[in-house]
Write a new protein. Structure first.
Length: 237
């Protein structure tokens, strides 16, 4: 019995240790005055002060849509419409100021560093969300241009351009290409349409990259947990 417990603990430990050890911090963002974007220009810009949050070096940023099907358009435009996300040492109080900034070159929008989990579409659904590639599962940055506040705030096709619609409950994580000191650092991001979808979303930063646990790690951890549960049931009835 003791050997069984040890084995279960070892499996559980291996499972946990191979998963991401990130310590995410939920952050709040302030809406700036004015709007920016392409044509029409209705991108609302938000600012988060990343200094003094307990993370010295920033490794990843995660945004989750949790607008629960409320606000904004349907189909391929469902959910949070991300125009751009940048990091800068410059403090801005209005959207126009942010649109003129050149953000730090630490983003890579390819699937290697940008992990997108699409949310669901509200009917009538389209084959894929706006701003995604042909597979529908990754960002197409030639459309979304996530480094530039240039979104056209329209659902007309043609016309819509320059943003990614994440779908209801969609998630996007950016693993930065190098660590960034959070001293005097600001994050700015834009929501196309300024139609309330950003208010319910959550934003996390972490000093560790975000990883998708490999199925083998999860299976191993599951095996360990099952072992522990079996042991506890036997022992405690
Ligand atoms: Ca939307
Ligand atoms: Ca853009
Ligand atoms: Ca929107």
């Amino acid at each position: 019995m003791k050997q069984l417990t040890t084995l279960a603990l070892v499996f559980a430990a291996i499972g946990w240790s191979t998963m991401a050890q990130a310590i995410p911090i939920n952050i709040t963002a302030a809406k700036l005055t004015g709007l920016t974007g392409g044509s029409p220009a209705n991108t609302a810009v938000y600012r988060a002060d990343l200094d003094s949050l307990g993370i010295a070096d920033l490794a990843s940023i995660t945004i989750r849509d949790n607008s629960s099907g409320l606000g904004g358009a349907t189909g391929q435009f469902s959910g949070f419409d991300l125009d751009a996300i940048i990091l800068s040492g410059t403090y801005c109080t209005d959207a126009g100021c942010v649109a003129g900034l050149t953000g730090l070159a630490v983003f890579d929008y390819s699937p290697a560093s940008t992990l997108f989990t699409m949310g669901s579409q509200r009917p009538p659904s389209d084959p894929r969300l706006f701003g995604t590639d042909a597979s529908g599962t990754n960002v197409d940055d030639s459309v979304a241009t996530l480094g530039i506040f240039d979104g056209n705030s329209t659902t007309a096709i043609p016309g819509a351009d320059g943003f990614l619609s994440m779908g209801d409950n969609g998630t996007i994580s950016f693993n930065l290409t190098s660590l960034v000191s959070t001293t005097d650092l600001y994050m700015y991001f834009g929501e196309v349409g300024d139609n309330g979808e950003v208010a319910a979303s959550s934003i996390e930063i972490s000093d560790k990259p975000v990883t998708v646990p490999a199925p083998a790690s999860l299976a191993l951890m599951g095996l360990g947990l099952v072992g522990l549960i079996a042991f506890r049931r036997r022992r405690f009835g």
